[in-house]
Design a protein around this ligand. Structure first.
Ligand SMILES: [Zn+2]
Length: 313
């Protein structure tokens, strides 16, 4: 879990990390989140003279943002956890926003990161899996059921490798950092080799690495062209572990996307700017948005430099 106290412009005033401890079970994880949030609230009082005025919490899985419920997470083994109400109670009634980790990360990249100022963007982190956040005029589209943006499960190779989601040939089975790690480990015969090693081998001219890398880039371009045909984003922000390869990824990716489009307008394809603080910052923005909407706190409280909301992931 990553947490921070954040100011109104998204500035990080204090950061903390804590092991999720999911081996102790889902109830213990929920308790740990509540304790961590309360600790952070007190940290605000100690450092800034008053406790945080709101909280934003973002979690993985399926999130019902309107009802404040963490509906499902395979990783954390929970279903229908009323996390917003639990947090609000533990934090003495301050406004609490509950969000989705990738959508919140996208919100931060779109508002204060790589997509700053873009009215429409698509944020795609390439990590263990592949997810997406669809940014429209300062907010991120969740869809009717909280599933919008799941670009990792667009089928790009019909009949291809099975995916835990039940389909075959999903994008994330071909172009996530995990998928590239696996493909490169098999190709080079070193089970410890990962996607970063593959990128280095590409840079040093290894033809086996170049083939593995190009397969991933082609799959990614196929998925992205589907997404941009549907969404027409102005900026396409690529993040996650695979994007750390820099131009080794972005140069062939821009080429591969450019080759595929016909009538579609090419968006700017740029690396994410906020790294692994995007989720934390997005949670903070959700909290500040609550205050801006005039939820319960006075408007004036949101502009003071010493009244940070707390942010927990
Ligand atoms: Zn899938």
């Amino acid at each position: 879990m990553k947490a921070a106290l954040a100011g109104p412009g998204g500035e990080l005033l204090y950061q903390a990390r804590l092991a999720t401890g999911r081996d102790r079970g889902s109830e213990a994880v929920i308790e740990a989140i509540l304790d961590f949030a309360a600790e952070l609230r007190d940290e605000g009082a100690g450092r800034f003279g008053e406790p945080a005025v709101a909280a934003g919490v973002v979690v993985p899985g399926i999130v019902d943002e309107e009802r404040g419920i963490a509906a499902y997470s395979a990783n954390l083994d929970w279903r229908d956890v009323p996390l917003r109400a639990l947090l609000s109670e533990r934090l003495g009634g301050v406004p609490v926003a509950l969000g989705h980790d990738v959508r919140a990360g996208g919100l931060a990249e779109g508002r204060i990161g790589a997509g700053r100022g873009a009215d429409r963007f698509l944020f795609v982190p390439l990590g263990t899996g592949i997810a997406g956040a669809i940014g429209i005029n300062g907010r991120v589209e969740a869809g009717a059921h909280g599933f919008a943006g799941e670009i990792g499960h667009i089928v790009v190779r019909p009949g291809g490798v099975p995916c835990p989601c039940g389909q075959r040939g999903c994008l994330e089975r071909l172009a996530s950092a995990s998928a590239v790690s696996q493909a490169w480990a098999e190709a080079c015969g070193d089970p410890e080799a990962d996607a970063a090693d593959c990128a280095k081998a590409v840079e040093s001219g290894d033809p086996r690495a170049a083939a593995v890398w190009q397969d991933a880039v082609d799959a990614l371009a196929d998925g992205l062209v589907t997404a941009l045909t549907l969404l027409d984003p102005r900026v396409l922000i690529i993040g996650g572990g695979l994007a750390e390869a820099g131009e080794t990824l972005f140069t062939p990716l821009r080429e591969a996307v450019g080759r595929r489009v016909t009538f579609q307008k090419l968006p700017d394809i740029v690396p994410a700017a906020l790294g692994d603080t995007a989720g934390c910052l997005g949670a903070g923005l959700l909290a500040w948005d609550l205050l801006d909407a005039g939820a319960t706190a006075p408007r004036a409280a949101t502009t003071g430099p010493t009244t940070p909301p707390e942010v927990t992931i």
